[in-house]
Design a binder for this molecule. Sequence first.
Ligand SMILES: [Zn+2]
Ligand SMILES: [Zn+2]
Ligand SMILES: [Zn+2]
Length: 139
Amino acid sequence: MNFDFPQLLKSLQLKVTPQRLAILEIMRIADTYLSPEEVQEQVQQRANGKVGLPTIYRNLEELSAQGVISKILHPNRQLYYYFCANRDHHHHFVCLACRTVQDLHDCGCAEMASQIDGQVEFQIMQALGTCRRCCTQNA
Ligand SMILES: [Zn+2]
Ligand SMILES: [Zn+2]
Ligand SMILES: [Zn+2]
């Protein structure tokens, strides 16, 4: 799938910078979630120069705050990020063994919101575990 990242960033009022585009392209190609350190390594390879980890962190945070990428809430409390091309409302099942991410389409969000006396500002729902392939391999 070809993604128009400059257009996506503009539509979210985020500045289009070579670094952001490099980060997004790296994350799009990856079929697993990535740590900021892994993103940094690949950005540096592309740029053929040094890019500070704080810069990578800041960009990842901005992109995830706007919903361009998803934050993975890992039990080891390290931060990981994942780019999902699916722009529709959905959630993720994250395999902690092989780092793949599956889309979950059925969710009770609308129903949950209807039970809340107030307004939802943030909603975090994510399932983590072991995917079928990894379960079979370890059996
Ligand atoms: Zn797996
Ligand atoms: Zn997804
Ligand atoms: Zn939902």
